[in-house]
Design a protein around this ligand. Structure first.
Ligand code: SF4
Ligand code: SF4
Length: 183
């Protein structure tokens, strides 16, 4: 339906003075803002040259811990994947090639893009085999690259375990009851 002409209110743009037409007040205001930021307190962190100071117990990328013989410590009990609220841990258990446990994870994949970094997997693990590290800047160019498999998760252990900020939190040593048959 066409608009009735007497229902339309026409607004005239305000007339600009000489200074405004030369844009001088706007330029001065812009310079004032620039100078304020040049000499004011710096808040932007120059990453990656400057590394952020992470809080204690920061929850970053996962790692699968190795035992004292360098083997994957996981006994494929599925406690972590059961506890995971995002359902992003995929494990395939197989008979263990070692005598000290019944099973081991033939496949262990975490979808790092689906994970919400809640730490429930670490809490649920009965033998301290999975931990979240302070690593936060691992990137990938595709979704597949962010599906971290067992080798990748073990490599995160190798990369982080000796660093001061990511010590191995597991102190229990021996594998838990979850490693025993019929549990
Ligand atoms: S941190 Fe939370 S969401 Fe991520 S894998 Fe562990 S339990 Fe799942
Ligand atoms: S809870 Fe621990 S031992 Fe059990 S499957 Fe997960 S990482 Fe492995």
């Amino acid at each position: 339906m066409p608009i009735n002409e007497n229902e339309v209110t026409w607004v005239k743009p305000p007339r600009m003075g000489l200074l405004e037409r030369l844009y001088l007040p706007a330029i001065a205001q812009g310079l004032q803002t620039t100078l304020k930021h040049m000499f004011g307190k710096k808040v932007t962190q120059q990453f990656p040259e400057e590394r952020p100071k992470l809080p204690p117990n920061y929850r970053g990328v996962h790692r699968l811990n190795r035992d004292e013989q360098g083997r994957v410590k996981c006994v494929a009990c599925y406690m972590c994947s059961t506890a995971c609220p995002a359902r992003c841990i995929d494990i395939v258990a197989a008979p263990s090639p070692w005598p000290d446990r019944e099973k081991y994870p033939e496949v262990f994949v975490i979808d790092e893009l689906r994970c919400i970094y809640c730490g429930m997997c670490e809490q649920a693990c009965p033998c301290d085999a999975i931990e979240l590290t302070s690593l936060f800047d691992l990137t990938g160019l595709s979704r597949e690259e962010m599906m971290f498999d067992k080798e990748k998760l073990l490599s995160v252990f190798d990369q982080t375990a000796t660093k001061g900020e990511d010590p191995i939190r597991t102190k229990s040593g021996k594998l838990s009851i979850a490693s025993e048959p019929n549990v």
